[in-house]
Write a protein that binds this ligand. Structure first.
Ligand SMILES: [Zn+2]
Length: 186
């Protein structure tokens, strides 16, 4: 069976940045696995924190439930690393687990974040983590893990005609001309 891996910093990212690709490949018979590095408990849980009596544990549990239901709807399995967000606090245990996932899954492709994102440092951290663990997974293993990693298009700094520096989210075709494809293969 062909497999695909998604490495996402926060739950919201795999839903709105990769949901279509996940559902499409699941429909085509791929085993799709999402590795969700954090619950986005600090950075994308504003609504959960407004619940009366909200605690870190209740916010994380709510986000986990949402993410599990979203993954199920997309036809994917999901594993949480619970490493914390802003910043991601990835340690050796997370690293080793990620290597094991690569070797067990032997994915046909990997989707992850852009290597540069001036708005959000968790996203490039997740992309580097996906890349570093992939390299280690391909060494010293009988089952070599040779796989293409597709990073989201970068969020880049663009010099405006007037000389001002503007931040533009890649993906806006008007501001993306000549800057490569939406997905950049590493
Ligand atoms: Zn995110």
């Amino acid at each position: 069976m062909k497999t695909g891996l998604v490495v996402t910093a926060h739950p919201g990212d795999f839903v709105w940045r990769a949901g279509g690709a996940i559902a499409l490949h699941a429909k085509r018979g791929y085993r799709m696995k999402i590795v969700c590095l954090s619950y986005g408990e600090r950075g994308e849980s504003q609504f959960a924190w407004k619940e009366p009596g909200a605690t870190m544990a209740s916010v994380k549990a709510g986000r986990e439930d949402e993410a599990e239901r979203a993954a199920k709807m997309l036809g994917a399995e999901i594993e949480f690393f619970d490493c914390g967000d802003y910043p991601l606090k990835l340690n050796e245990t997370h690293f080793d687990r990620m290597v094991d996932i690569y070797r067990e899954l032997n994915p046909s492709f990997v989707l992850t974040h852009a290597l540069e994102d001036p708005y959000n440092f968790d996203h490039p951290d997740a992309a580097h983590f996906a890349q570093q663990t992939r390299v280690v997974a391909s060494h010293g293993s009988q089952a070599r893990c040779e796989v293409s990693i597709f990073c989201a298009a970068g969020v880049f700094v663009r010099a405006a005609p007037a000389g001002d520096v503007q931040f533009q989210a890649a993906g806006d075709p008007q501001h993306r001309r000549g800057l490569g494809d939406q997905a950049q293969e590493l």
